[in-house]
Design a protein around this ligand. Structure first.
Ligand SMILES: CC(C)(COP(=O)(O)OP(=O)(O)OC[C@H]1O[C@@H](n2cnc3c(N)ncnc32)[C@H](O)[C@@H]1OP(=O)(O)O)[C@@H](O)C(=O)NCCC(=O)NCCS
Length: 174
């Protein structure tokens, strides 16, 4: 399965509120470049300022992480018990706000954070993960065992974006 590279050279650490600017910068750099072609330019123009603002609740939750490489924050992502679309289901966790600096793609950064989320959630008694994936990231999550459940529309920054609801059972070893 994707992400099982042994030569990952970054450090994964939990965020604090002091990471807000670095996380917002990664979200902006990633979404601005990598969502092009998947979503309309006018929708991105309108929504990017709000959707690239670091979420203070996630930042201080102990469940949100950054990857540092070359002494810089280059990727972010995490998990929560709350579903971003509202509500929470017993023992189902949700991946949240993943992004990698486009200059650091394909080096295992997001994959390393996903693995950290799986092990932390499993240790906390969660048995299943859900993600409301961008169209851009659907293949990334599929290669990590997530199955498509439904096409959904997710409001972000005042615009409804086409997304894919995906789900995966946690394996004993994850
Ligand atoms: C989705 C996203 C976060 C992935 O980031 P990433 O850091 O490049 O992800 P990884 O490097 O862990 O994995 C990407 C590929 O690199 C490969 N890779 C992983 N580690 C590697 C390494 N050490 N050396 C070479 N290649 C490696 C993996 O095989 C993986 O391919 P796969 O997905 O086919 O398995 C990034 O593309 C992104 O920011 N997308 C836009 C924002 C977005 O859609 N976010 C999700 C919102 S729901």
């Amino acid at each position: 399965m994707g992400g099982d590279h042994s030569d990952f050279s970054g450090v994964v650490r939990p965020t604090t509120p002091a990471d807000a600017a670095a996380v917002s910068r990664i979200l902006r750099a990633s979404y601005e470049k990598l969502y092009r072609g998947w979503y309309r330019d006018d929708a991105l123009e309108k929504a990017l300022p709000a959707m690239t603002r670091a979420n203070p609740v996630l930042l201080s939750s102990g469940r949100y992480f950054v990857v540092e490489m070359d002494r810089a924050v280059v990727a972010c992502g995490g998990w929560s018990a709350d579903c971003p679309a509202g509500g929470a289901m017993d023992r189902r966790a949700h991946l949240r706000h993943f992004a990698t600096d486009p200059a650091y793609l394909n080096r295992g950064c997001a994959g390393a954070i996903v693995q950290r989320c799986f092990s932390a959630a499993r240790a906390a008694g969660y048995v299943e993960f859900e993600v409301i994936s961008s169209l851009t990231a659907e293949a990334f999550y599929a290669r990590r065992g997530f199955m498509q459940i439904a096409h959904v529309r997710q409001p972000m920054g005042g615009v409804d974006f086409a997304c894919v609801l995906m789900r995966k059972k946690l394996e004993a070893a994850e």
